[in-house]
Design a protein. Sequence first.
Length: 100
Amino acid sequence: MPAWRLCEDGIEIAVRVTPRARREQFAAGTEEHFAARLAAPPVEGAANTALIALVAREFGVGKRAVTLIAGDTARLKRIAIAGDTTALADHAASLYGDTP
């Protein structure tokens, strides 16, 4: 499965999380997932909360538009981002250096 796919009300992305990083970063990863580095530890949902905030900031949407749909306790997670499907897909492609 690619790193992102279109949905009815936005896109779904796959993310590989690295907790306890020195600084937070969201970038292209492999063809199968994005890469997110989080300062938060993977304890009591802190990393998931930080990931939702990071994804919302990166894609320019509110935190309520970002939903963790799979991988609650795993490093590989699936996230739904609600919003303008075309704009979200264009931004995801731009992270990989693809022109929309």
